[in-house]
Ligand binder design. Structure first.
Ligand code: NDP
Length: 244
């Protein structure tokens, strides 16, 4: 996407990014901070979140916050507590980026184990549902709020051997559409981004033999993330955009 974001696009905005410690999520956090946002960094590996925190502080951007959370084990109570903490500390939330994701194990359909099914569906679908459910009241407190879900091309067209990951991304598209339809006409919007092939640890796991130098970097796909989070997309709701 060709989009040139003004430097102060996200000034005075508070935005939560999941999976903010590495890959695309780390780049989203840094990019939003560079455009003026206070970023809440959520992830399971505290050392990675702290490294991103330090990078943001070094930029002189608004002071970020860290929420350590393993989406695999989190219960509804954790999301409720988290929403109360955010409401108490910041009053409202302007943006939520569901970026964290689990690839699981790729392979034939008949080999998908129940445990792998549960793990990938928990991290990629149920956690997004519970987090959104409990953060909606805090998002509604903002003047305008944007929820971004992360899709994939295998979440729009099924592909052999992508099993539960692909199925979970179809569910993500469905969750976004259902929510967006309900939010239509309100000041909260929900959309999906399909990042497209991007050089990250997950991509290397899925395609170990490819030449990663030929791929887009997370920084290359940030215009779409900026567009959907900022005021230029206020009228966009229920869409699934390609970042490449
Ligand atoms: P990475 O593996 O680089 O990053 C995934 C992030 O999710 C990491 O920060 C990871 O934390 C976090 N995460 C994973 N499991 C959990 C968990 N149980 N609890 C909390 N955090 C967790 O992947 P990408 O950056 O490539 O992926 C980001 C999103 O983009 C995903 O939703 C992915 O499905 C999607 N996507 C990526 C594409 C690509 O080509 N890269 C293409 C299409 C979609 P930690 O580092 O601590 O493990």
């Amino acid at each position: 996407m060709e989009y040139q974001a003004p430097q102060d696009l996200l000034a005075n905005k508070t935005i939560l990014v999941t999976g903010a410690g590495s890959g695309i999520g780390k780049e989203i956090a840094l990019t939003y901070a560079k455009h003026g946002a206070r970023v809440i960094l959520l992830g399971r590996t505290v050392a990675k979140l702290e490294a991103v925190y330090d990078e943001i502080e070094a930029l002189g951007a608004p002071q970020p916050a860290i929420i350590p959370m393993d989406l695999k084990g989190a219960t509804e109570q954790h999301y409720q507590d988290m929403a109360e903490t955010i409401a108490g500390q910041f009053g409202h939330l302007d943006g939520l980026v569901h970026n964290a994701g689990a690839l699981g194990v790729l392979g034939p359909f008949h080999q998908i184990g129940q445990d792998m099914w549960d793990e990938v569906m928990q991290v990629n679908v149920k956690s997004q549902f519970l987090m959104t459910k409990h953060l909606l009241p805090v998002l509604k407190e903002a003047t305008a709020a944007s929820i971004i879900f992360t899709s994939s091309s295998v979440g729009r067209q099924g592909r052999a051997y992508w099993g539960v990951y692909a199925i979970s991304k179809f569910a993500t598209e469905g969750m976004m559409q259902t929510l967006a339809s309900e939010l239509d006409g309100s000041h909260v919007r929900a959309n999906c981004i399909n990042p497209g092939a991007t050089h990250t640890p997950m991509r290397s796991k899925a395609y170990p033999a490819e030449d990663a130098d030929l791929l887009k970097r997370p920084a290359d796909i940030m215009p779409t993330y900026l567009y959907l989070m900022g005021a230029d997309s206020l009228a966009v709701n229920g869409q699934s955009l390609n970042a490449q």
